[in-house]
Design a protein around this ligand. Structure first.
Ligand SMILES: Nc1ncnc2c1ncn2[C@@H]1O[C@H](COP(=O)(O)OP(=O)(O)OP(=O)(O)O)[C@@H](O)[C@H]1O
Ligand SMILES: O=P(O)(O)OC[C@H]1O[C@H](OP(=O)(O)OP(=O)(O)O)[C@H](O)[C@@H]1O
Length: 212
């Protein structure tokens, strides 16, 4: 039996992903050592391998088949646009992709003005403004602390993740439009899905049994 390899997003989703896998009997004790610098972990008994990578790289590993299976946020799947199968919504890491800004920016969205949109997600923002709203905008790519952009005058609005809404509230901003709900998904390499169909299907069925 060959090894099945999992690419898991490090950061916010990692711990929750490991605990959902544990609930279906997939454990990788080694991975829990916070001091370890090791990158790849093996469960000999189950013939599984795991590695943690930057969330944005998970779809890349899965498309190329370096990992058979990945767990990553829907936002990253949409933004990366890789060829893979999205097989299950794990229901964790729930949040929303939103257009946000000061209340005063609402009118700019309703009247189709040429506005600047700061975001870590240029493809999602482009798709939303061009294909859904049919509004021409200038997209400005940032890499973090997106809420700063409208405060310091870099953009009129932002496209970003909202979970509790605290970051927006504490900075005098609000949700202006909701683009879509988000959560972590399991994704599968298209060839692996065919070659390892039975094992992957069992995994999906087991996961469906433990998620609410
Ligand atoms: N409040 C939140 N903020 C950001 N992401 C969240 C939040 N809640 C859930 N998520 C989900 O967690 C995923 C990973 O978030 P995390 O902040 O760990 O990674 P990242 O932002 O891609 O990493 P980095 O900070 O290295 O760029 C997101 O892609 C999203 O699907
Ligand atoms: O609605 P909330 O619960 O406040 O969560 C949303 C915030 O969390 C994320 O930022 P993150 O902490 O990942 O930092 P970053 O902005 O540097 O990416 C996201 O980009 C928002 O800023």
């Amino acid at each position: 039996m060959r090894y099945l390899t999992f690419a898991l997003a490090k950061g916010r989703l990692a711990k929750k992903t490991l605990s959902i896998l544990e609930r279906i009997g997939i454990t990788c004790e080694e991975m829990k050592d916070p001091n370890s610098r090791k990158l790849i972990f093996v469960n000999e008994e189950l013939k599984l391998k795991f590695f943690l990578s930057k969330a944005t790289d998970v779809p890349t590993y899965v498309e190329y088949g370096a990992a058979d299976i990945g767990v990553v946020g829907k936002d990253t799947i949409m933004e990366e646009g890789r060829k893979l199968y999205e097989v299950i919504d794990l229901g964790l890491g729930k949040c929303r992709m939103c257009v946000a800004g000061p209340a005063s920016a609402k009118d700019l969205l309703n009247h189709g003005e040429l506005i600047r949109v700061a975001t870590k997600y240029p493809n999602i923002a482009k798709d939303y403004f061009y294909n859904v709203k049919h509004q021409t905008v200038e997209i400005i790519k940032l890499n973090g602390s997106i809420e700063l952009a409208p405060i310091v005058g870099l953009s009129e609005v932002i496209v970003d993740i909202v979970e509790t809404g605290s970051t927006l509230r504490e900075n005098g901003l609000e949700v202006l439009e909701e683009i879509c709900p988000l959560s972590a998904r399991m994704v599968v390499n298209q060839v692996s899905m065919k070659m390892e169909h039975e094992r992957i299907q069992k995994l999906i069925t087991d996961l469906k049994g433990v998620i609410g």
